[in-house]
Ligand binder design. Structure first.
Ligand code: FAD
Ligand code: SF4
Length: 272
């Protein structure tokens, strides 16, 4: 639980973007507060009973107050699924880390400094932190064997991508190696996935001024880089409002000075 009430930077969202930003900012000497709307899931906590929709879904059509794991949205011509919880999408992603081909960065929409070779050291850093490795070849996996056979039949090559999963030894207390249950996208009940809350969050201990988790209101009123914004935000556990350095406090709302918006694809009421 955080003690301070003022921070250099407030990071909104604790997924891949938020967790990594928070840790690196803390390492750079900034005091950081991470705000996360969803709850903390420990191995064994993930919902499995689909009839308990409030645990499964975030603010679904019939229960706008539900605070479950999956935030499912239907937009014009596209549907999105994101996670709501400490660790964000890492809780429900498929753990696969594939580095983009160099030619992806030739698209002029990428900043010129972003190139495969300039990003390589950072990909390496993430690979170390998330302890990426492929499924060991010695591990029996019928689905993979059939896939490889089919590919060979078509004259195509296959490879086992690196995944953020522990296969050989338990990655920490209360966690187990992968049980090959294929439930990665429902939340790993065994703690075998190296999710953000179990990896980057550990940095919190080394970088004491990084405080989280704190849950914030899902009802952002406005949010956007470089524009004035306000958000109703509080610590669920203590009910205390939080302030960041330079923020003011008109009637229980914050006007922020500096924040990092890492709330994924979430629109909230008007996020973005
Ligand atoms: C089922 C599934 C499988 C996937 N598999 C892979 C894969 O194998 N490999 C891969 O590379 N990618 C995969 N992805 C994609 C990957 O998960 C996303 O690209 C990634 O999570 C995006 O990271 P992010 O930090 O932008 O947002 P997120 O990880 O979505 O994090 C956003 C966080 O912000 C929080 N938040 C939102 N609004 C607020 C608010 N108002 N206040 C406070 N907190 C808020 C959310 O609760 C969430 O925790 C998968 C995605 C899904 C859904
Ligand atoms: S134990 Fe199951 S859910 Fe966890 S990483 Fe392995 S296959 Fe995925």
């Amino acid at each position: 639980m955080a003690k301070a009430s003022r921070y250099d930077v407030v990071v909104v969202g604790s997924g891949f973007g938020g967790s990594i930003s928070a840790l690196r900012l803390a390492q750079a000497g900034k005091s950081v507060l991470v705000l996360e709307r969803g709850k903390r899931y420990r191995p064994g906590d993930f919902p499995r009973d689909v009839t308990r929709t409030d645990e499964v879904l975030w603010r679904h059509a019939t229960r706008r107050k539900a605070q479950g794991l999956y935030d499912v949205r239907f937009l014009s011509g596209i549907g999105t699924v994101t996670a709501s919880g400490v660790g964000g999408g890492s809780l429900i992603y498929a753990n696969v880390h594939v580095r983009p081909d160099a030619n992806v960065f030739e698209d002029p929409r990428w900043p010129r400094t972003y190139r495969r070779d300039s990003l390589e050291p950072y990909f390496d850093k993430v690979a170390r932190e998330l302890r990426l490795n492929p499924v060991p070849p010695s591990m029996p996996l019928r689905k993979r064997d059939l896939f490889q056979r089919a590919a060979r039949g078509m004259g195509r090559e296959t490879f086992d991508p690196p995944v953020a999963v522990a296969f050989s030894e338990p990655p920490g207390p209360g966690r187990r190696v992968c049980q090959l249950c294929a439930e990665c996208e429902f939340g790993c009940q065994h703690g075998a996935k190296n999710t953000m809350d179990l990896t980057y969050r550990r940095g919190r201990r080394r970088w004491g001024r990084w405080s989280w988790p704190v849950r914030s209101s899902p009802t952002w009123s406005r949010c956007g880089m470089g524009t004035a914004s306000t958000a109703r935000t509080w610590c669920r556990e203590s009910g205390t409002p939080w302030r960041a350095r330079g923020w003011c406090w008109p009637r229980g709302r914050w006007a922020r000075w500096r924040y990092c918006c890492a709330a994924g694809t979430s629109r909230g009421r008007c996020l973005g």
